[in-house]
Write a protein that binds this ligand. Structure first.
Ligand code: FAD
Length: 438
């Protein structure tokens, strides 16, 4: 605890999740000391800070953002925003990524977050220490590096840590037998910036998630011939010209030809992986026991809290969610745990809860690698956290519009971003807003 008896909380990362964590901590100065937000780059916004370069920053650290030049959001701004801070009214529903970065900067202005962020500071280790009188008998030593070459090391002690380091920066490439034999250009969507360098080329694009579909459309616009290879049910919506579907690539033959699951073959100039990212928490002390296995981060109570170290919070690891509102809910829940308005169950009870939850998901046929994909279950999850934490749930407006957008996207991936929901800037929106603002 700080000298005044307030809880000191460290926040790792100044992306949307870390900013949201800081915003809520600052709103509760009665209980919390001003937070320290560690940010390894020189900017806020994480994913939303577009970098023309690929590879590394000047200081040798790998580029964090996976943003591409022409990206527009895939969630309408009406529900993509934090519930207590709307996007500017004049913007269309699906905005260019530069507008999201601006929006996050405005969020920092509005909630006066800037002074609490230590830029150019990377967290190197987060270590639990037993402390008599600490929150739950625990404290955390956070060691960070800064200075021009990141050689200056500092350790500070905190009562709690919110890990908000993002999970869209360490490319995941599936193990495909013979991949090293591929003779063309291999790339991951993390390094994709724009379509022009691939104009007119033959491309096998593996993965039909949101980025895969988006990039397939961009490539189509520069006359690339794209085989969209994926393991989902074949897409039934109209595809852009020059894009055809195929089952997953299962191997690469001796001469570099790709073989698909149905036995068909292709020898493209480019093999582009839109296969997602690994979770990584390189700074986390091993004894905390948080493991990543098959894209599942566990054991975490409510996908947030390691039962053995309940003053550590890993925010924002769920996938297929509406991220900013989700961070808003998780942050409020964390505060309710720390200020005691929600009393966590015992370690054993939390471990049992996790075990049962994972078993129930597996029993419903959800593979381990998809357990963190909440999809439509996110709304029940958010409601549960609000109920436990004793704060207001998100109004139905959020789930209704988010889910409708998903349906429109599945039906009409070529055009759904032209829809405009700004007409909803009416009483319904205002009522929703007033019910979530503190
Ligand atoms: P990030 O934005 O990744 O921020 C993490 C921050 O932590 C970074 O600033 C990083 O520098 C910092 N950091 C990491 N490690 C350390 C360390 N050791 N020490 C200090 N700092 C550290 N979401 C939407 O809502 N709508 C969309 O349309 C949408 N489109 C997307 C398109 C793409 C291509 C991608 C990749 C993601 C998209 N998302 C979208 C999801 C998006 O990632 C989330 O909305 C959100 O920005 C994630 O925020 P975050 O804070 O969890 O992570």
């Amino acid at each position: 605890m700080s000298g005044l008896g307030k809880l000191r909380v460290a926040v790792i990362g100044a992306g949307a999740a870390g900013l949201c964590a800081a915003r809520h901590l600052l709103s509760r100065r009665d209980t919390f000391a001003t937070p320290v937000v560690y940010e390894l780059t020189k900017n806020i916004g994480g994913t939303w800070v577009y970098e023309e370069r690929v590879g590394c920053y000047d200081n040798g650290l790998p580029i964090h953002s996976s943003m591409y030049r022409d990206l527009r959001t895939n969630i309408p701004k009406e529900v993509m925003s934090f519930p207590d801070f709307p996007f500017a009214k004049h913007l269309p529903s699906f905005v260019h990524h530069t507008e999201v970065r601006k929006y996050l900067e405005q969020y920092c202005d509005h909630f006066r977050l800037w002074d609490h962020i230590q830029f150019g500071t990377s967290v190197a280790s987060v270590t639990p220490v037993d402390v008599k009188g600490g929150w739950n008998g625990l404290a955390w030593d956070v060691t960070s590096n800064d200075g021009v070459d990141h050689s200056k090391s500092t350790t500070e002690r905190f009562d709690a840590v919110m890990v908000c380091n993002g999970h869209f920066y360490d490319p995941y490439i599936p193990a495909i037998p013979g991949l090293e034999k591929f003779k063309g250009m291999l790339m991951h969507s993390h390094d994709y910036r724009s379509a022009e360098p691939l104009a007119g080329k033959s491309v096998v694009l593996l993965g039909a998630g949101l980025s895969g579909l988006d990039i397939a459309m961009e490539l189509s616009s520069v006359d690339a011939q794209v085989i969209l290879s994926h393991g989902q049910r074949p897409l039934t919506c109209p595809l852009p010209p020059g894009v055809q579907q195929a089952p997953p690539v299962t191997s690469v033959l001796e001469d570099g030809t790709l073989e698909f699951k149905n036995g068909e073959r292709a020898k493209p100039e480019v093999f582009l992986f839109c296969t997602g990212y690994n979770f990584t928490f390189p700074f986390l002390d091993k004894k905390v026991g948080v493991k990543v296995q098959e894209h599942l981060v566990w054991p975490l109570y409510k996908f947030l809290i390691p039962p053995a170290y309940p003053s550590l919070f890993i925010v924002g690891i769920c996938r297929a969610i509406c991220p900013f509102p989700h961070f808003h809910v998780q942050s409020q829940f964390v505060l309710s745990v720390l200020d005691g308005s929600f009393r966590l169950p015992s370690r054993e009870e939390m471990e049992k809860d996790i075990e049962l939850d994972i078993a129930a998901r597996r029993a419903r046929g959800i593979a381990t690698r998809h357990i963190l994909k909440l999809d439509s279950e996110q709304w029940a999850y958010n409601d549960e956290l609000a109920h436990l934490g004793g704060f207001k749930p998100l109004p139905r407006y959020w789930s209704n519009l988010y889910e409708s957008n998903k349906v429109f996207r599945a039906r009409d991936m070529l055009n759904y971003k032209t829809y405009n929901y700004t007409v909803l800037d009416n009483m319904e929106w205002k009522n929703s807003m007033s019910s979530v603002c503190r």
